[in-house]
Write a protein that binds this ligand. Structure first.
Ligand code: SAM
Length: 288
């Protein structure tokens, strides 16, 4: 591929700004702009799109998104050492890159959006990737403020996101992701693509929100899946006790065998459980 822009190579940017990778910030930087362009292309078409990027670091993915035509990129970065490097990219693409300095776990980026369509694209810091994802999956109102997410995770986490009932990785993350989105692993990225190389392979995942997921309270679904998979080897009549409702009534109301285990219940089953849980908590026996 030809150069994506005439800014300096990433290796040079990292050296110039003293961006020695910090483990505490989950910093494994991509140095290859062909690869960052491949990730950005997975989020195409980008024209007229505002992209929210978490953790731009030295800006390899940011540059690819801008060069491929994103109208605006809002990039949230916690490491202040990266701000000068990102300013140089902002100057190269006037009016199209807004850098928000701070902790993505504490900032609600959606507040900075206008009526435009938004998309999340990120090579996430591995230590907060699933927390961020759960926040996006449980956003209200639904359909959410973003129209898709293209995210890089460790391969094992990616497998847990796309898993179906019966798969090894099936658990809480798969239920939440499968309930509200269609999720797919697009491609793997070898450890050698990063500096420093992580110990495991990474994968790029695309998640597209379902327009009409099964009606369910996101918090109730989180609680029920947390309890069920928190003790995944136990029967549900045991593992769901921590919910503080009559477990027999809960399982009977949801039409699930008390001896079933969490890993045998599909997304629709968990939705029914969550709805029954809400009903029991409210002390009624009406449909939900
Ligand atoms: N996007 C760059 C790339 O692909 O080379 C860097 C990706 S690196 C895996 C993760 C980035 O997230 C780092 O730049 C790190 O400083 C940043 N980061 C870590 N924790 C963060 C947080 N809580 N909020 C925002 N950014 C964070």
């Amino acid at each position: 591929m030809t150069q994506i822009d005439d800014l300096p190579p990433l290796r040079e940017v990292i050296r110039k700004h003293g961006l020695t990778p910090k483990k505490s910030l989950g910093q494994n930087f991509l140095h290859d702009l062909n690869l960052t362009a491949r990730i950005a292309r997975a989020a195409e078409p980008l024209e007229n799109i505002t992209v929210v990027e978490i953790g731009p670091g030295p800006g390899g993915l940011t540059r690819a998104l801008l060069s491929l035509g994103a109208r605006r990129v809002i990039a949230v970065e916690r490491d202040e050492r990266a701000l000068d490097a990102l300013s140089e990219i902002a100057a190269h693409y006037p009016g199209r890159l807004d850098v928000v300095s701070g902790d993505a776990l504490k900032i609600d980026v959606s507040e900075q959006l206008g009526p435009e369509r938004a998309r999340i694209v990120a090579n996430l810091p591995y230590n907060i990737g699933t927390v961020l994802l759960i926040g996006w999956l449980t956003a209200e109102p639904w359909p959410p403020w973003y129209d898709s997410m293209v995210l890089m995770f460790q391969r094992e986490v990616a497998e847990r996101i796309v898993a179906r009932v019966g798969d090894k990785g099936y658990g809480r993350l798969a239920v939440l992701a499968g309930w509200r989105t269609e999720a797919k692993i697009l491609f793997d990225v070898a450890p050698t693509a990063f500096v420093p190389p992580p110990s495991v392979t990474s994968s790029v995942v695309r998640l597209v929100p379902r327009a009409e997921p099964l009606a369910c309270d996101a918090i109730a679904l989180q609680r029920v899946t947390e309890a069920a998979f928190g003790q995944r080897r136990k029967m549900l009549r045991q593992s769901l006790k921590s919910l503080g409702v009559d477990t027999g009534a809960l399982l009977a109301g949801a039409g699930i065998e008390p001896t079933a285990r969490a890993e045998e219940i599909d997304v629709a089953g968990f939705v029914t459980l969550a709805r029954t849980y809400v009903r029991l908590r409210a002390g009624t026996s009406e449909g939900g």
